[in-house]
Ligand binder design. Structure first.
Ligand code: IYR
Length: 222
């Protein structure tokens, strides 16, 4: 068993309370401007920006610090096309037969359908995989813990980092997504978690007229 080893905490900055208040307000104002975008410009985005955002995502806490995530960044047009074709096939089934009426009703206000042109137009598809276990060189499987939670937190940081950098995103989850293992040549221990579409919004893009819940509806103080 590995022994715990501790080092000093050097980088945690303490701010005066008025400054914390200002920083927290400003952060809310900034993230509150984020909207999910389904129509993208094909304008190039420097890869370094994406790299920095993925580095930010990689700072997420994780079960037993196992960091059970993998971010596959797809820029290649042929690969994006393959992903679009496979995703649209699943979505066609979803919208035409698989989805119960209740689900389609719940989605109606978003105006989505089986067509996913953004999978080709957007400069980046960041395909996020969740490692259910780690595969060691000799073939042993090492269990990972709280993988869904860990990858979810990392994805949240990634979305926030991309927004902070000035990019739009869309979380896309065609179901099932195993075609991603095949297209991206990922091993069987990696389970597709979601496709994060990233780029600039298309010019004059429209977004659904939807509202966020009020603080009182999402939070209680005891
Ligand atoms: N995957 C489909 C359907 C869909 C499902 C949910 I839940 C959404 O919030 C949005 C869409 C699609 O992408 O169209």
């Amino acid at each position: 068993m590995k022994k715990a080893k501790f080092i000093s905490l050097n980088d945690h900055k303490i701010y005066p309370e008025n400054e914390m208040l200002k920083r927290s307000e400003e952060f809310f104002i900034e993230v509150n401007k984020r909207r999910t975008i389904r129509d993208y410009s094909d304008k190039h985005v420097p890869k370094e920006i994406i790299i920095n955002c993925i580095k930010a995502a990689g700072t997420a806490p994780s079960g037993a610090n196992m960091q059970p995530w993998k971010f596959i960044v797809v820029e290649n047009k042929e690969i994006k096309k393959k992903i679009r074709i496979a995703a649209e096939e699943e979505e066609k089934e979803f919208y035409s037969s698989k989805a119960p009426k209740e689900w389609l009703d719940a989605l109606a206000h978003l105006g989505t359908d089986e067509h996913k042109p953004f999978l080709e137009t957007a400069p980046y598809l960041i395909v996020i995989f969740e490692s259910k276990y780690e595969l060691m060189p000799e073939g042993q499987k090492v269990k990972q813990y709280y993988t869904k939670e860990s990858v979810g937190i990392a994805t949240g940081i990634l979305i926030t980092a991309l927004h902070h950098a000035g990019l739009a995103t869309l979380t896309h989850t065609p179901s099932p997504m195993n075609f991603l293992n095949k297209i991206l040549n990922r091993p069987s221990n990696e389970k597709p978690y979601l496709i994060l579409v990233a780029g600039y919004p298309a010019e004059n893009v429209k977004v659904p007229d939807i509202k966020r819940k009020e603080l009182n509806d999402i939070c209680e103080f005891k």
